[in-house]
Design a protein around this ligand. Sequence first.
Ligand SMILES: *Cc1c(COP(=O)(O)O)cnc(C)c1O
Length: 327
Amino acid sequence: MPYLHEWSPALRESLPHLRLGSGPTPVRRLGALESGSPEIWLKDESGFGEGGWGGNKVRKLEWLLPDAKRRRRKTILTFGGLGTNWGLATALYGRDQDLHTALGLIDQPRDKHVETQLERLEASGATLHFTRTKNRTIALAPWLIARHSSGLRPPYILPSGGSSPLGSLGYVETAFEIVAQVRSGELPEPGHVVVPTGSGGTAAGLALGFGLAGIPTRVTGVIVTEHLKLDDHAIRRLAGKSASLLRRRGAEFPEPPLDLEMTSDWMGETYGAPTPESERAIERARAEGLELDPVYTGKAMAALLDKSEAGEFTAGPVLFLNTNGPR
Ligand SMILES: *Cc1c(COP(=O)(O)O)cnc(C)c1O
């Protein structure tokens, strides 16, 4: 049973859940990355999903796909860059649930990884619309919605990254999973959790989850894109909307504290552009048997290492979330 349903039995009927991966995902200490205190720990989300394929987007789909089914939608319409992990995860996991996926794709610099992702997207059966820019995507939205309606039923529309208030519950669930791992002694109680942030659902969900569980863990979101507003205010707002959703579905709880800070200091020039700091971090992590990517997790690890060396983690052990799926 999901932790959320255990926490509030009122949610069992009102909040459908579809198991797509098996938790708890593994945790281990990354001793070689430490420079004195604090301890650095890893929670590895990369194997979450059927056949070990997925990462953090699958956590969101566990709540989104059954909602789309319950609303009897036939098609999911969503958005991303040409190399979107989110779009690919939605297409593949949606297909298993008889849900078709339509994607509005915005340009991003094409490298080998992006080309490979595009091939996978084409093979996934999703309908691809190359809308090029954010403004053109917005202008074309009415046409896309009409094109992907079946009869009077509109498509199930999701924001890029799956970071709707419902999708973000995937990381409330993960925060509860982390708390269970702390209680069973697998992991010390983290003072800090560091995650890459591309659309905000991971950071917002975790902060809300720790708040609801009453654990004083601070979430640091390392922003990797300039395309969305992802500052403290935006992430707090998203977490607040997820909390309202839980209340509307029957959960009762006092106003949770949200301990989070967002930083864009490690983004570099633009989304997807490598930085020397992230290249160094990727190399150091590799020596610990941890494979990171240059777009998301490398930049988050660079922030973690720099902040750790600067003595900024004063609240105890730091937990790094490897959100990356295999590539
Ligand atoms: C999408 C993605 C993220 C960002 O998570 P958000 O919830 O969108 O902020 C981080 N890492 C990887 C590998 C991703 O694909």
